[in-house]
Design a binder for this molecule. Sequence first.
Ligand SMILES: *[C@@H]1O[C@H](CO)[C@@H](O)[C@H](O)[C@H]1NC(C)=O
Ligand SMILES: *[C@@H]1O[C@H](CO)[C@@H](O)[C@H](O)[C@H]1NC(C)=O
Ligand SMILES: *[C@@H]1O[C@H](CO)[C@@H](O)[C@H](O)[C@H]1NC(C)=O
Ligand SMILES: *[C@@H]1O[C@H](CO)[C@@H](O)[C@H](O)[C@H]1NC(C)=O
Ligand SMILES: *[C@@H]1O[C@H](CO)[C@@H](O)[C@H](O)[C@H]1NC(C)=O
Ligand SMILES: *[C@@H]1O[C@H](CO)[C@@H](O)[C@H](O)[C@H]1NC(C)=O
Ligand SMILES: *[C@@H]1O[C@H](CO)[C@@H](O)[C@H](O)[C@H]1NC(C)=O
Ligand SMILES: *[C@@H]1O[C@H](CO)[C@@H](O)[C@H](O)[C@H]1NC(C)=O
Ligand SMILES: *[C@@H]1O[C@H](CO)[C@@H](O)[C@H](O)[C@H]1NC(C)=O
Length: 457
Amino acid sequence: MQIIRSICLILNILGLGQRALAIDLDVSSQDSISNAANIATYAMMTYYTGNDTGGIPGAFPTKWWEGSALLMALLNYWHFVGDDYYNEELSVALQWQSGTNGDYMPANYSSFLGNDDQMFWGLAAMTAVEYKLPDRATGFSWLSLAQGVFNTQKARWDTTMCDGGLRWQIYSYEGSGYYMKNAVSNGGFFQLAARLYRYTNDTEYLTWAKKSYEWSCSVPLVNNATWTISDSTNGQEDCANGDATQWSYNYGIYMGGCAYLYNITQDEYWLECTTGLMDTLFSEFFTEANNYIIEDFECEPKEICNDNEILFKGLVVSWLANTALLIPSLYDGILAKLQASAEGAAKSCTGYDNNTCGVRWYTETWDGWIGMEEEISASNVFSVQMLQWMNGSSDAAPVTSTTGGNSTSDPNAGQNEDNTTESSATIVSTADKAGAGILTVLFIGGIVGMATFMVMG
Ligand SMILES: *[C@@H]1O[C@H](CO)[C@@H](O)[C@H](O)[C@H]1NC(C)=O
Ligand SMILES: *[C@@H]1O[C@H](CO)[C@@H](O)[C@H](O)[C@H]1NC(C)=O
Ligand SMILES: *[C@@H]1O[C@H](CO)[C@@H](O)[C@H](O)[C@H]1NC(C)=O
Ligand SMILES: *[C@@H]1O[C@H](CO)[C@@H](O)[C@H](O)[C@H]1NC(C)=O
Ligand SMILES: *[C@@H]1O[C@H](CO)[C@@H](O)[C@H](O)[C@H]1NC(C)=O
Ligand SMILES: *[C@@H]1O[C@H](CO)[C@@H](O)[C@H](O)[C@H]1NC(C)=O
Ligand SMILES: *[C@@H]1O[C@H](CO)[C@@H](O)[C@H](O)[C@H]1NC(C)=O
Ligand SMILES: *[C@@H]1O[C@H](CO)[C@@H](O)[C@H](O)[C@H]1NC(C)=O
Ligand SMILES: *[C@@H]1O[C@H](CO)[C@@H](O)[C@H](O)[C@H]1NC(C)=O
């Protein structure tokens, strides 16, 4: 198996495999799925320069959070397909971006992050824990990194607007986002807390998972009667209204958290929340009109998806796959949607005669788009097809500390932050508005410098 994969990879590198054809995906064949996942993952990695001489592991300076999306796709590729070819560079990158405090607030980026950016790296570390990626000999353990993100975000829980929740942006100089409370930041904190609870059995995480979920239901983010999710709500208007823009990942992120909690608590409350959100996800984003192929309909029909938005459905399919493993009764329904989506995605991968995948998966052909984000989402949807051979296997579902996980715990991780970023932020925002402009210029200068550095490297 390993040898076959290596040969496939070499053929793909030489451009001899599947050339000029669509990815010919047979969702009932393990070899076919491996091949498809291998092609998309290889294409995805052509955008990654972190392992090149002079490259910075895990760094995408203008879109830092996307590094975590790429690493999560590599984790899924390894976990589901079983190919560890990229594991060393994955592991190096996941460690490199952790920051000196072990909480994914690395100094190069920390002044300009949102809670959601940091949270996605926390989820990547948590995924490494649950898939048993070995901790590195030096640096932070994957579990402590997830705990570090949890601890820093818990400390940012904000009761000054709408009685709770996380803001979207962390610092006031980051603009109006500082006054928004958005679904993915709060849903991400919820999911991270849920997964930490399931993994560690430490009830502090359960307390926070419940608290963030209940708060989300108390404002117009999660509607637990209609099972609809708004993208954000404005704290300066006391969270009276929700921005009803519909994104698949908002559903997926809360649904995933509920699924982990149901698995470990067996409390029907969390099953209801899982199925409620999953049903809306299915009816709105995997429509019959599209042959049940996932679509982010706010941007795909008009072809106006930005890089972030192209990544959403790749995240969703991986959360759905893990939900199927955590709640076996949902397996059949989820598998059907994942298979339809993968078959659609495969037909989109006919670009440039080299299997470049497009954004839209329901058009039965390549739509002319090309990018790392397209390949990340395709990699995910192909990899998770291996779910079929994992159903019912206790080793396949995300592990816990008592079912094979051995990443080192540090419940106090991330609490030694020197808080200098925060204090300088306060000075800038309160005393000197021009200061923020200067910081921005420095930041842009930093990006240009970094880009030059990378080109020269
Ligand atoms: C496919 O071809 C396009 C256009 O030449 C190129 O930009 C892209 O890097 C190629 N993809 C792979 C995986 O080689
Ligand atoms: C990453 O870089 C190391 C060191 O140069 C090299 O040994 C390894 O093969 C590279 N990994 C990949 C997947 O290219
Ligand atoms: C921060 O930037 C410096 C200079 O480019 C680089 O050496 C370092 O690896 C970067 N750190 C991270 C975490 O990206
Ligand atoms: C943890 O488990 C992994 C394999 O799952 C193994 O490689 C590693 O050595 C283990 N670490 C410890 C500290 O036991
Ligand atoms: C989890 O903690 C509870 C007490 O809070 C205990 O009864 C239970 O046995 C623990 N479960 C595991 C798997 O350690
Ligand atoms: C829905 O959420 C609200 C606010 O948290 C709560 O009061 C209510 O009990 C929830 N309903 C159900 C059915 O859980
Ligand atoms: C939780 O997940 C495990 C797989 O790790 C599965 O065997 C078990 O049945 C699940 N529990 C529930 C209540 O669905
Ligand atoms: C997977 O597990 C579920 C629940 O046990 C079952 O309904 C389903 O038929 C299984 N599918 C396969 C292919 O084994
Ligand atoms: C930084 O702030 C956090 C949250 O307010 C606090 O828990 C921590 O003790 C502070 N760290 C230092 C070194 O003061």
